[in-house]
Design a protein around this ligand. Structure first.
Ligand code: SAM
Length: 265
């Protein structure tokens, strides 16, 4: 900073981000509930509802639609988004062919995801698989092969966000959708003051008391602070070549989080 102090976030290199998520992997789901007072579940539900994944085989307009969506959930961690998408496709559309690849750079987060998957109907099904990969280098995924690319609470940890966006653009089919759920900027100043007290005060403390790891949670809070505003982030998505639908983003809980989407032309 201009005071000469390095914040935890500034001192984090890619390997350190890895260490953070290895350290939090086993307590990750409990901590999410505590830190967000359970609200992250509602945000994730809203995210998946807005994407409406899957196609009803009876109303599909072409045979290719019946093959289901090929979804890539980047920084998929312990599987929260993937399980919701498969539930949505199955329960809302009677679609049992849509499939999700959960991709994450961190093997410990993926291991938790695999463990959790066994408690779902998808644990041993070909509709779900796990891939260890850096979002900035997705060489193993063919170009123009993905219908929907999702990233929830992941992109702010990426070292090179523009490169990750370029990779998203490459792997998506024309007409495919990039969708991001991420912490964002609170718009109301009074609410922002309350939110800052919670995030800078309570979250590192909860991290220390529950997970025995203050630094990792301090890093998470600082990485939220450093993430671009809603407008700046929309601009970056556009720069990568995506078309931006409607207003460009949807704020959740006063802007604590936001959903951004882009369509590959
Ligand atoms: N999407 C999940 C959710 O919403 O619960 C997990 C989000 S968790 C806060 C962030 C995830 O991003 C971690 O699992 C971490 O390993 C992953 N991650 C960080 N940098 C990454 C990168 N360069 N490529 C892929 N995943 C990355």
């Amino acid at each position: 900073t201009h005071f000469g102090f390095e914040t935890v976030a500034e001192s984090m290199k890619e390997s350190k981000v890895g260490a953070v998520f290895s350290s939090v992997a086993t307590s990750y789901d409990t901590m999410n509930d505590l830190m967000s007072l359970g609200i992250h579940r509602l945000w994730k539900d809203a995210f998946v509802r807005s994407l409406n994944p899957g196609t009803n085989p009876l109303t599909a307009s072409s045979p290719s639609e019946i093959t289901g969506w090929n979804i890539l959930d980047i920084a998929g961690g312990t599987g929260d988004i993937a399980f919701r998408m498969l539930d949505h496709a199955t329960n809302i559309h009677n679609d049992t062919t849509t499939r999700v690849t959960v991709s994450d750079i961190n093997p410990d987060m993926l291991a938790e995801g695999r463990k959790r998957a066994l408690q779902t109907p998808y644990g041993r099904s070909s509709r779900l698989d796990f891939l260890e990969a850096n979002s900035e280098r997705l060489d193993m995924i063919p170009s123009n092969s993905v219908d929907l690319y999702t990233v929830a609470f992941g992109i702010r940890n990426f070292t090179d966000k523009a490169r990750a966006l370029d990779e998203a653009f490459r792997v998506l089919k024309p007409g495919g959708v990039f969708a991001c759920l991420e912490f964002s900027k609170v718009t109301n100043p009074a609410f922002e003051a309350v939110y800052k007290r919670w995030s800078f005060g309570a979250i590192p403390l909860i991290g220390q008391l529950v997970a025995g790891d203050r630094d990792s949670y301090q890093y998470l809070v600082e990485s939220i602070e450093k993430f671009p505003t809603q407008e700046e982030w929309r601009e970056m998505i556009q720069q990568a070549g995506f078309l931006i639908p409607e207003n460009g983003w949807e704020n959740l809980t006063g802007g604590i989080a936001a959903i951004h989407k882009g369509v590959k032309p």
